[in-house]
Design a protein. Structure first.
Length: 132
C-alpha cells in the first residue's frame, strides 16, 4: 500500500489483482491497511478477497491483531473490529505464536472496559463460547 495514497493503491490492485494477496515482509496489504487505520483500503481488500482476513503472519498474528495495535484511534479500532469480525467473528480469539489474542490485548489495555463491552455486543455468541 502506498502510504497516504489509497486511491492509487486501489487502482493498482484493480490492474494487478495478485497484489491483493501477495505477502511482503510477512504481511499482506490487508495487514498494512489495518495497522495504518486505512478504513477505505480495508473495506476494499475485504470486499475483493474475503478470505484474506484469515491470513496469518509468520508470527501467527491476524489482521485483527494488526488493526488494534496501539496508536490507532479507538473509534477506528471499533470500526475495524466490526468490519473484520463480519467476515470471521472468531478472529477476536485467535492466538498468535506468543499466545496472545485481541481479547487478551484489551484485557490489559487502558480502554479494556470499553472495548470488551464493544466486543461482547459485536460478537455475543463468540464471546459466550469463550466465557467473556
Amino acid at each position: 500500500i502506498l502510504k497516504g495514497k489509497i486511491l492509487t493503491s486501489i487502482y493498482l490492485c484493480d490492474i494487478y489483482p495478485k497484489l491483493i494477496s501477495m505477502k511482503t515482509k510477512d504481511i499482506t496489504a490487508l495487514h498494512t491497511a489495518a495497522r495504518s487505520g486505512y478504513l477505505e483500503m480495508v473495506e476494499y481488500l475485504c470486499e475483493k478477497c474475503p478470505t484474506l482476513v484469515l491470513t496469518l503472519t509468520n508470527n501467527g498474528s491476524t489482521v485483527l491483531q494488526y488493526a488494534v495495535e496501539d496508536g490507532i484511534c479507538i473509534v477506528i479500532q471499533k470500526y475495524l473490529c466490526k468490519l473484520l469480525c463480519t467476515y470471521n467473528p472468531h478472529l477476536i480469539f485467535k492466538r498468535d505464536n506468543n499466545g496472545n489474542s485481541v481479547v487478551d490485548k484489551f484485557i490489559f489495555s487502558d480502554c479494556r472496559m470499553e472495548m470488551m463491552k464493544y466486543l461482547r455486543e459485536l460478537c455475543p455468541e463468540a464471546m459466550k463460547q469463550h466465557c467473556y
